[in-house]
Design a protein around this ligand. Structure first.
Ligand SMILES: Cc1cc2nc3c(=O)[nH]c(=O)nc-3n(C[C@H](O)[C@H](O)[C@H](O)COP(=O)(O)O)c2cc1C
Length: 193
C-alpha cells in the first residue's frame, strides 16, 4: 500500500511540474529570454510618444538619451547647433550611464529626423556603441521628409542584426489610430506581436 502511495505521489509531482512549466511558456512572447529595450532621444516629445507606446506594447524597458548640455528649445537655434556640430564633426557628449545591452534580445532605437539624418544625440550614441550582434531596429519621426535617415542609421549602427525600421511623420504620431496600426504592423514584422 505504501508503494502505491509513493508511486501516486511521484506521478502527482511530475504532473504538477509539467503543468507549471507549460504555463510558464504561455506567458506571452515577451519573456526574460526575449526582452526588448527601447532607447530614444526626443527634443520636443514626438518620438517620446512613440517610444512610450512601444514600451507599453512590448512590456520592455525604456532609456532616454541625455546630452551633457541640452540643445536649445528654439528650433532655429537648435538647427544652428546641429549644423555646427556636424560641420566640426564634434557632437556634444551624452550624459549618464548608458544601458547595459546584455540583458536584451531586441533593441529599438528612436529619434527625430534632423536635416534628413538621425538627430545628433542618436548619431553620437550609435558611434560609441557596439551592439555585439544584437537584433536592432530603428524608428524615427519627421515633420514630413525623413530624407536619408535609414541609410545613415544603417551606416552608423555597428555589429548588429539590423531589421527594418519604422518611419513616421508627425501626422501619423498625432493620429492615435494610425499610430497604433503602424506600430502593430511593425512589431509583427519584428516577431513581437
Ligand atoms: C533641427 C531640426 C531639423 C529637422 N529636420 C527635419 C527634416 O529634415 N525633415 C523633416 O521632415 N522634419 C525635420 N524636423 C522636424 C522633426 O524631425 C520632427 O518634428 C520630429 O517629429 C521631432 O521629434 P521630437 O519631438 O521627438 O524631437 C527637424 C526638426 C529640427 C529641430
Amino acid at each position: 500500500m505504501k508503494k502505491i502511495a509513493k508511486i501516486f505521489l511521484c506521478v502527482l509531482f511530475i504532473s504538477i511540474s509539467m503543468i507549471s512549466c507549460s504555463q510558464g511558456n504561455k506567458g506571452g512572447k515577451i519573456s526574460n529570454t526575449n526582452k526588448t529595450l527601447i532607447i530614444y532621444y526626443s527634443a520636443s516629445g514626438t518620438t517620446e510618444k512613440v517610444a512610450k507606446e512601444l514600451q507599453r506594447k512590448t512590456k520592455g524597458d525604456i532609456y532616454f538619451i541625455k546630452t551633457n548640455m541640452p540643445y536649445s528649445t528654439d528650433q532655429e537655434v537648435l538647427g544652428k547647433e546641429m549644423a555646427l556640430e556636424r560641420e566640426n564633426g564634434n557632437i556634444r557628449e551624452l550624459s549618464g550611464e548608458l544601458p547595459d545591452l546584455s540583458n536584451y534580445d531586441l533593441i529599438l532605437i528612436g529619434g527625430p529626423v534632423w536635416s534628413g539624418e538621425p538627430s545628433n544625440p542618436i548619431q553620437k550614441y550609435l558611434s560609441i556603441t557596439d551592439f555585439n550582434g544584437k537584433k536592432v531596429a530603428g524608428f524615427w519621426t519627421a515633420y514630413g521628409e525623413p530624407g536619408d535617415y535609414a541609410n545613415v542609421f544603417k551606416k552608423l549602427v555597428k555589429n548588429v542584426e539590423l531589421h527594418e525600421g519604422l518611419s513616421l511623420i508627425n501626422t501619423d504620431v498625432s493620429n492615435e489610430k494610425e499610430l497604433e496600426s503602424k506600430i502593430n504592423t511593425w512589431l509583427s514584422t519584428l516577431g513581437i506581436l
